[in-house]
Design a protein around this ligand. Sequence first.
Ligand SMILES: [Zn+2]
Length: 197
Amino acid sequence: MAIDLQQFCANNDQACFGRDYLLRPIHVGDWSLASNGHIAVRVPRAAGSDVTPDVPQSVLSIFDDHSTEDAGELPLFTPPIGECDCTRCGGTGIDEDDDYGGVTKSTCDICEGTGKIPLLHVTSIEINETIMAARYLQQIRALPFPKLAYGFWPGRHDPERPQQRVHFAFEGGIGLLMPLRRPYATHFQLSRPGAAS
Ligand SMILES: [Zn+2]
């Protein structure tokens, strides 16, 4: 099953400050990978794909310590449905940037001018004291046979060198997710299926 890598790539907002290489899937060596700076996935390289030039080594090496230790099912979660006002533009659909000498108005990148965003995008979840954006948990869930590496959890594996990412795997690939520092407005506590709570 081919994974749609583009869904894990950055939008213009996330790729700013010279990170244009995140806008599209990256093909190097044996692998194809995609990341928006928050979530990253890697799969065997697509046949016939051209090598992506000028990709920083720091991007290629993020999977070097990937672990699938104690991989298990994702927590059960019923995401909130519906929409709320866009957190960037406040519901106007217009992004106002204060510039030298004036205000520049443009269509809001986050809501694409609609003024609304899915509630899921302002929802966070917490598993074993690690906070994550709910939208990414659901994105992982949509992959074939997804699993989280519960044995290699952020801050737990090696006290000397706590790793900061949630590691996951799916049929045909692996991935990493950066936790959030703080919960969002809507927040849910989840637990591993079958774990005592
Ligand atoms: Zn907006």
